[in-house]
Design a binder for this molecule. Sequence first.
Ligand SMILES: [Zn+2]
Ligand SMILES: [Zn+2]
Length: 301
Amino acid sequence: MKAAAALPLVFAAGRAFGAPARSRLILLGTGGGPTPKPNRAQPAQVIVVNDAAYVIDCGNGVARQMVLAGVALSSLRDVFITHQHSDHNADYGNLILLAWGGTLTSKVNSYGPPPLKEMTRLFLEMNDYDIRTRMADEGRVDLKPLIVPHEITEGGPVMQDDNVKASAALVDHGAVKPAFAYRFDCPDRSIVISGDTRPSANLVRLAKGADVLVHEVMYLPALEKLIASEPNATTLRAHLMAAHTTTEQVGRIATEAGVKTLVLSHFVPGGVPVIPDQVWYDAVKPHFAGRLIVGRDLMEL
Ligand SMILES: [Zn+2]
Ligand SMILES: [Zn+2]
């Protein structure tokens, strides 16, 4: 309640007795890495405030996961991409195209690192036939002017509307630069999404005192087995160690940032054989005294 009281009055506009809107956070996909998995969809989450949906990352299947979560695609307001790895952006364009193929007629702002503008332009070009056909055949509005991409190259404020204030911090994801974590100050609480990163001081600063931190995680003991089965084992191992966060590290980061709740997501390994929730929990818990949640697809927090 302390955090809510400190927020600008604009958040309370139109609410009975000034009661803050309740934000919903839904994990749409919790598996890390580009390989499709039977048990976890690819990285994506949605924050819903006052029936407006803010999607963070667009892994493969994000539109389908939104529907399964019961969030109307037409409620899509803004899209945030943490970094340009395919497990986070494969369905960036598809999410908006498929929402438009339904009843979306309002503007969608997208935010993310370059080349977001070029990706948007090329996506629209690739789907030009479908867009033109549906405009002529079904009387739809043009999709092109509805998507407004904003490239971000440094940390700081990103956007603010009546529902949320979003800010970003540069994180360290090895060769992928820039990569961002996002913080969303909602009317009732603050939510931070780490994106992919190794332990990052910028992330700790961004997450200071946040109510909820959704952070990527990898489990080293199981990783060795996973790596052994990949043809590019040596390179993959080096990438994982330089660009991601272990179970022990993520607990320490949450402690240092002083967050109330730590939500594990972007599990590596996240596929089969399945690592039981209890294993993840036990590996992180000694390093974080707050509320710890092992994320699953479609979990609402
Ligand atoms: Zn990833
Ligand atoms: Zn990545």
